[in-house]
Design a protein around this ligand. Structure first.
Ligand code: WNU
Length: 152
């Protein structure tokens, strides 16, 4: 079996490659790795459902996901974008203290996500002002584009 240390090093260097986290101090990144869970999803599986409560933040380690959203005038949720390895999602419900605002659906079998819970997310973001400012700004932009798109 692979050692805990090897696993730690692997996720540490992966997280370092995630643009959002590239400037985080070493000890902070190491702490995130300690608190991570890895979730596996098959093609078509919902990782997040619009309207549900959510307390987790996700980083894609393998595979691709589709972001869809209910839209006025359409019977089915519409695809907004797709995300891949190194992309992240689920920050909006945590930051806006709201329910999930879109669906996230695995596009491939064995899609893997690193999952950070609310407490660890707050520690990661809250103590690092630039990261916090960046995400808050981004989340505001998402709300604006939701309105433009007539999200239901
Ligand atoms: C969008 N509108 C909404 C994406 C991921 C990270 C960032 C964009 Cl910083 P949640 C559903 C999640 C939501 C976002 C993600 O879906 N999302 C969007 C949109 O246009 N959500 N409302 N695009 S991909 C993305 C920016 O992460 O967070 O917790 O769950 O509401």
């Amino acid at each position: 079996m692979r050692s805990t240390q090897a696993r730690h090093a692997e996720y540490f260097s992966f997280l370092r490659s995630v643009s959002l986290l590239k400037d985080l101090p070493e000890e902070k990144l190491a702490k995130i790795v300690d608190c991570l869970e890895i979730d596996y999803f098959d093609k078509g599986e919902y990782i997040i459902r619009e309207g549900e409560e959510g307390n987790t933040f996700f980083i894609i380690a393998k595979g691709e996901v589709s972001v869809t959203q209910s839209t006025e005038g359409f019977p089915e949720p519409q695809e907004i974008k797709t995300l891949g390895v190194g992309d992240y999602f689920g920050e909006k419900a945590l930051i806006s203290e709201d329910v999930r605002s879109a669906n996230i659906i695995a596009k491939e079998n064995d899609t893997q996500c690193l999952v950070v819970d609310r407490d660890n997310f707050n520690q990661m973001v809250g103590t690092y002002e630039e990261l916090q400012a960046y995400l808050h700004e981004y989340v505001e932009q998402l709300s604006i584009s939701d309105e433009r798109r007539n999200a239901a």
